[in-house]
Design a protein around this ligand. Sequence first.
Ligand SMILES: Nc1nc2c(c(=O)[nH]1)N[C@H]1C(S)=C(S)[C@@H](COP(=O)(O)OP(=O)(O)OC[C@H]3O[C@@H](n4cnc5c(=O)[nH]c(N)nc54)[C@H](O)[C@@H]3O)O[C@H]1N2
Ligand SMILES: Nc1nc2c(c(=O)[nH]1)N[C@H]1C(S)=C(S)[C@@H](COP(=O)(O)OP(=O)(O)OC[C@H]3O[C@@H](n4cnc5c(=O)[nH]c(N)nc54)[C@H](O)[C@@H]3O)O[C@H]1N2
Ligand code: SF4
Ligand SMILES: [Mo]
Length: 728
Amino acid sequence: MTNAANIHFRTCNLCEAMCGLEIEVQGQEILAIRGDKADPFSRGHICPKATALADIYHDPDRLRQPVRRTAVGWEPISWDEAFDEVVSNIKRIQGEYGRNAIGIYQGNPNVHNVGAMFYSPPFVRTLRTKNRFSATSVDQLPHHFAAYFMFGHQLLLPIPDVDRTDFMLMLGANPLASNGSLMTAPDIANRLKALQKRGGKLVVIDPRRTETAVLADTHHFIKPGSDVLLLLALLQTIFTEGLASPGALAAHADGLDTVQQAVADFTPELVAGPTSIPAEAIRQLARDFAGAETAVCYGRIGVSTQQFGGLCHWLINLLNFVTGNLDSPGGAMFTLPAIDVVGITTMTGQTGHYGRWHSRVRNLPEFGGELPVSALAEEMLTPGEGQIKGMITVAGNPVLSTPNGRQLDEALAGLEFMVAIDIYINETTRHANIILPPTTGLETEHYDLIFHVLAVRNTAKYSPPLLSPAENARHDWQIFQELRRRMVGQPLPTRHSPQGKLDFFGRMQPDQIVDLALRFGPYGAHGFNQKKLGQQGKQGLKLPNLKRQVHGVDLGPLQPILLQRLCTPNGRIQLAPELILADLDRVRQTWLNGPTNDQTLTLIGRRQLRSNNSWMHNSPRLVRGKDRCTLLMHPDDALAHNLTNGMMVKVRSRTGEIQLPLAITETVMPGVVSIPHGWGHDREGVRLGTAVNHPGASINDLTDDQQIDQLTGNAAFCGVPVLVEPAV
Ligand SMILES: Nc1nc2c(c(=O)[nH]1)N[C@H]1C(S)=C(S)[C@@H](COP(=O)(O)OP(=O)(O)OC[C@H]3O[C@@H](n4cnc5c(=O)[nH]c(N)nc54)[C@H](O)[C@@H]3O)O[C@H]1N2
Ligand SMILES: Nc1nc2c(c(=O)[nH]1)N[C@H]1C(S)=C(S)[C@@H](COP(=O)(O)OP(=O)(O)OC[C@H]3O[C@@H](n4cnc5c(=O)[nH]c(N)nc54)[C@H](O)[C@@H]3O)O[C@H]1N2
Ligand code: SF4
Ligand SMILES: [Mo]
């Protein structure tokens, strides 16, 4: 190791934006983290969280060795002892109560971790439990649902072609704070400004005038949870005014007439009241959208995590389709990344499934092998065969991130055994008997298996590990591999095992798998599907040459590709899947049966640039300054409730109550209040020295595990009825 400062280039793995970082290091010391101006995709953009990567690495609270909870506190133990205790407890519980008595929850950072993406599925399969949960069902499940039923593959997700569109209609997303989601587009603010500069328009639909809404050409407030009505009325207008022009794709799609009939009675006049958007504005929006040279409708968390999340994403795909903007430049397109996850999973038959089993207590359907996490606590709390008695949490903090978190908190406390694979003792992992801490961020190699699939351009980049892990430290993938080995009870086969069976995950390293996947991918040295997909060969990618391109490679803008990729049984786009269509009745019952209860306020969430879900509040530089966990309320509501700015208020819902400071602002619409998620660190036993001094309160103590999108099972965070009063 030399003592001179070195420059290292890598991709930030914290959020979906995949920003290129330029990191100056001396030995194991990080001198500076800057944006990498030579990264062709992110062009030097970073946000304040990137610098906190160093804080996580140095954080004295971060676990570096397995720990066991005892009556007198946490004691460090060896990896061998930890693995032994974990596997013997899993086996004991499954032996005694059946295999479904072990549940597993996988959180968001899994998806940002190539090792975990490769090695956790084979481990999870060894559990043979139906009680599998993840952050997907508090997030993007409705996107997968719509993709699966319309295009036949849960990962065929349309991505807004933001760099080429002339008109972007954005619902329930605030990329200026979140940096974009299911739209990996680093430096999104400048991409949106470029859209405006070339004469295009950005329209934002959000109950709050967000940072993105301020930038937009037009912003409409909308009543939380009513987006389904707006989308229906937009489609209705496009049909009745003869503005539909689906173009060439129409010849490959079933059900257009059915859709037209299904939406026929949702006139702008009908939905104006419930959405609070005037009928004329809806009509104009439909005309502008359909009339633009190219246009794209994009919806994210605000329309995914609501009662009609599934319908919203179906309708968004339809809007893009009927205006000729699906799979077309400037519209909603599909990626062809260097590691072709959709292609590979299509070949292996892993396109998704639905309803193969149901949750025991509430009978909710699985999707893609997982049950809705809103059902997790009740599966632990309700006695009977199949009750969850032991849990595994991996890179997740469901106590703060899933609805009715308090109930889950209590349920976890009552388990016979829990193991967490996590770097911190936080609100969730404090309940574990054993915590297995992996290496983190800068200590690991990185290839964005998933976010290249969701990016607005085809790009590829590989980041080698930068810092050496502590002695004896294990990567996530090594933890999964060892757990699996001990579950199976025999050495895992090598790549050329005597059984002749290929087992990539037995002895191969993640970078060997990345290399293989690149070589056989669409741009690869052995890219056998290159011709099939109509791509001209680029540089013949393989890991060694990708490694040399330290800033990453640009593989060009997205190309039309949907027809080659469709996985529906008849090979055609399904515009009107029966299951989805049937859910329209629920819309009528919910929204169109007279006035709703106006006594209560309606709660929504929000994201903040210096937070990353629940787990980065232990970085001092990210929590500095004013308390960010506040309740936003419109001045009219504050007046009506006799509340003043800055006072502590009590917020109550069916599930619980919390206290936090009030911030009065005209940026939320009347009747709506907003609280950011991921706060609430003041629970006993949390070992996050900085975060506990900036605890905030958890919005998910107010959200409701019973409030879900009944179609998809996704949590419905948007639009929780709450009462607000002064805290005394
Ligand atoms: N009300 C409300 N609730 C929400 C949302 C909302 O908008 N409103 N958003 C939802 C969304 S979109 C999401 S994705 C979820 C997120 O929900 P979760 O994934 O459950 O929560 P995170 O806060 O991301 O927790 C990440 C955990 O991973 C650990 N960790 C970090 N890096 C690593 C690593 O490299 N390896 C391992 N093993 N562990 C690591 C952290 O210590 C932390 O415990 O929250 C959801 N909850
Ligand atoms: N800084 C930061 N960045 C992040 C994260 C983070 O925690 N912090 N989390 C990451 C994760 S896991 C994800 S999934 C993405 C999410 O990325 P985004 O979807 O962009 O997330 P939000 O910023 O929460 O934007 C959701 C918007 O929906 C609005 N909204 C709420 N209810 C409704 C409604 O009923 N209708 C409509 N139309 N709008 C509504 C909210 O006011 C909010 O502005 O962000 C990622 N990036
Ligand atoms: S925007 Fe996301 S990817 Fe970019 S630096 Fe910030 S956290 Fe990292
Ligand atoms: Mo998320």
